[in-house]
Design a protein around this ligand. Structure first.
Ligand code: BT5
Length: 246
């Protein structure tokens, strides 16, 4: 029984971005828990205005409207909870072994199968709402997308067959609801997140808004920052794109 997330689910065939639709509902005063899902996004987006592209009717693309009862924004923790919920769903539904990649990816066999985009809105200094967007590649093959196939995968590619998307969406929403409810009650998922990260201790290259750094990924702190060891010095990063060096 859904406590918050999935109390109301609106399904669209085609939208610009499910995050935009959820935002319109948020601005109109919709309570938290609304899920917007779409078969196709004309302008699905990732971070920093990047594109999220998925063929029509193949995958899961959804956004959740959240109104966390916290004065301080801890949006990064919501991204972490969502990543853990996606990973949990892949494990329990299909026996897959996902890992997380800081800050917002879920990987299967080292390739991205899911991306998370958390967008926040403030009123004065208080958090008004969060739009949690999740894209999960399901019933298509990345072989048809050579631009992405080097770094990206789908459930179909990993299992060798398609899956029931309705059941997958149902399980994902239930897991999101469970993680969000426990997070709202004060549970910290930092330790679980650290364990799920497939990159702690690994040599990484991080493209940040201010430059490129190379070092060892040592930890993630309570605010969701990546602690990178560069030339025996700790560097704390709040944003960036990580490549794990082989
Ligand atoms: C993300 O951004 O990974 C966040 C993606 C969030 C998508 C969801 S779908 C529902 C909701 N509505 C939206 O409009 N968005 C959210 P980022 O880490 O910036 O990664 C973007 C990069 O991933 C792109 O620049 C591509 O290189 C790559 N990419 C694009 N489509 C992909 C796909 N289907 N699978 C894997 N990688 C992809």
């Amino acid at each position: 029984m859904a406590q918050f997330i999935g109390r109301k689910i609106l399904r669209y065939d085609e939208v610009q971005s499910t995050n935009d639709v959820a935002r319109e509902f948020a601005e109109a005063g919709e309570p938290e828990g609304l899920v917007i899902s779409a078969e196709y996004q004309r302008a699905g987006r990732g971070r920093l205005g990047r594109r999220w592209t998925v063929p029509h009717g193949t995958s899961i693309q959804l956004s959740v409207l959240l109104r966390p009862r916290l004065r301080i924004a801890k949006a990064q923790q919501i991204t972490q909870c969502a990543g853990l919920a996606v990973a949990q769903t892949l494990r329990t539904e299909y026996d897959l072994t996902p890992t997380l990649k800081w800050p917002n990816d879920v990987l299967l066999n080292g390739k991205k199968c899911s991306g998370i985009l958390c967008e926040t809105s403030f009123e004065d200094t208080a958090l008004a709402y969060v739009i949690l967007g999740i894209g999960l590649n399901v019933n298509y093959t990345m072989r048809d997308y050579p631009d992405l196939s080097h770094h990206a995968t789908t459930i179909f590619d990993e299992l060798g067959h398609g899956v029931n998307r309705d059941e997958l969406e149902h399980a994902l929403i239930a897991n999101l609801d469970d993680y969000y409810a426990r997070w709202g009650q004060g549970t910290s998922f930092l330790e679980e997140y650290r364990e799920a990260l497939g990159m702690l201790g690994a040599a990484v290259r991080v493209v940040t808004p201010t430059g490129v750094l190379q070092g060892i990924a040592r930890d993630v702190d309570a605010d969701g920052a990546l602690i990178l060891e560069v030339d025996q010095t700790s560097v704390r990063l709040l944003a960036g794109d990580v490549s794990i060096l082989k």
